[in-house]
Design a protein. Structure first.
Length: 439
């Protein structure tokens, strides 16, 4: 039987090997012999989160000290950027929204006011980059993924991962955390604009990544697709009781339901609709059951309609039918992280176990962990890391990353979550774009 905590500790050694001291605090190289970055997705904000989770699980003050020093460096970074009016994206994992979350969680752990003020700075900068559009607000940003597509310019971005829906989720987080009296009204303005740019189809409402897509990419699922926008609107309904938001979210979910493809057991939803016949089904948080299930579970929580939870369960059966994690389908390439791979799927299984007490989900999470351990790389100092391909389109380009959504910090966090569950003391930080809880 795998010693999950030992694997977590060995993962932390890899992070220590890539830690860098700065004049302001500490940060981490994105990859060994690489350069540091600060985002939650790839960089220090995500690694900081891993250390916060270590502290919450162990009460070891050393872990909180590391998180605090990383917070000091992150404060220096965002204050420097804010003072210079420099551009940082409003992508929920890659820009201002994640800094709101991470710094506020650090404030809650340390009671140090500077971290709360940093969260407020990030929130104000996210708002400052908004534009009054239509009956609400939106964000005009450089075209996402231009490094892959070669398409440049600016567009209004609207999805959860890199656009307005993700910003809206962070406004809800700020409102619920009592950070700002303006947060809920700004979330409402964000939602009102999203309602305006929804595409009405015979099957329900859908949203693309941008209002004026410069390349074909119709994604029905969570993160870059309509399910992510629907999730934000359903979540906002819980604080406003505005039925327009709930009806839009239900319509988005109905649209997703029309895009299913039967498997040997259960079903999956296609990655993008441009692929005909549908042949690629992502399995992780981004475009897979581990993400889209968040919308369905939230609708079940709100409506008490069991059909949404039943859909989620059948969608998970479709995931299992692929042979994952041992069998690597086109939608589960050699990526093991929280965004696209095993760690995100494993955490999803733990969530479902917490909600249902069905031992099958815990057993699947353990299978994920066994697979992760079998693919890890041990260094001479017994540190472990994972060589993975971040992008499916470049499966042979692998890196050993440190980050949370892509890298060792996120994988280590899943193993830590699993350890806590098996020991009967379930623990994890609540994340703003998920309805699940261990409590």
């Amino acid at each position: 039987m795998t010693d999950y905590l030992s694997s977590v500790q060995d993962t932390e050694r890899f992070l220590c090997d890539n830690q860098i001291e700065t004049s302001s605090g500490i940060t981490w190289n994105r990859v060994p012999d690489g350069k540091p970055t600060h985002s939650f997705y790839h960089g220090s904000a995500g690694v900081l989160t891993f250390y916060l989770e270590l502290y919450n699980s162990s009460a070891d003050s050393h872990h909180l000290q590391i998180a605090s020093q990383a917070g000091d460096e992150l404060l220096h970074y965002i204050n420097e950027k804010a003072a210079a009016e420099a551009f940082i994206t409003i992508g929920i994992y890659s820009g201002w929204p994640s800094y709101v979350y991470v710094l506020n969680e650090l404030y809650k752990a340390t009671s140090q006011e500077k971290f709360k003020q940093g969260a407020l700075t990030a929130l104000s900068r996210m708002t400052a980059q908004a534009t009054d559009i239509g009956s609400g607000i939106g964000w005009i940003e450089p075209v996402p993924f231009s490094d892959i597509t070669g398409i440049t310019g600016e567009r209004e971005v609207i999805d959860l991962s890199v656009g307005a829906a993700g910003a809206g989720i962070m406004y809800l987080y700020a409102h619920r955390q009592g950070l700002s009296d303006d947060a809920l009204p700004l979330a409402i303005k964000t939602a009102d604009r999203l309602l305006e740019v929804a595409q009405q189809t015979p099957d329900g409402l859908r949203w693309l990544m941008m209002t004026d897509m410069p390349f074909p990419f119709t994604a029905p699922n969570f993160a870059h697709g309509g399910a992510g926008v629907g999730y934000f609107l359903a979540d906002l309904y819980r604080d406003t009781n505005n039925d327009a938001y709930l009806q839009a979210a239900l319509s988005a979910a109905e649209y997703v339901k029309t895009r299913i493809h039967e498997q040997s057991r259960g079903f999956l939803v296609c990655h993008t609709e441009e692929q005909q016949p549908a042949s690629t089904f992502y399995l992780g948080v981004c475009h897979g059951p581990a993400g889209t299930g968040r919308l369905m579970h939230l609708l079940h929580m709100i409506t008490k309609d069991d059909s949404w939870q039943n859909w989620l369960i059948d969608n998970f059966e479709g995931l299992i039918s692929t042979g994952a994690p041992e069998e690597r389908s086109k939608g589960l390439w050699n990526n093991y992280g929280q965004c696209c791979g095993d760690a995100g799927i494993g955490d999803y299984a733990l969530y479902l176990y917490a909600e249902t007490k069905d031992e099958r989900y815990l057993a699947f999470a353990k299978r994920i962990a066994e697979h992760l351990v079998s693919t890890e790389h041990h260094s001479e100092d017994q540190s472990i890391s994972w060589a993975q391909a971040e992008h499916r389109s470049r499966p042979d380009f692998t890196e050993r990353q440190t980050g949370y959504m892509q890298g060792a910090a996120g994988i280590g966090s899943f193993l830590l979550h699993l350890h806590s569950v098996t020991k009967g003391t379930p623990s994890r930080l609540a994340i703003p774009d998920s309805p699940f809880s261990y409590n």
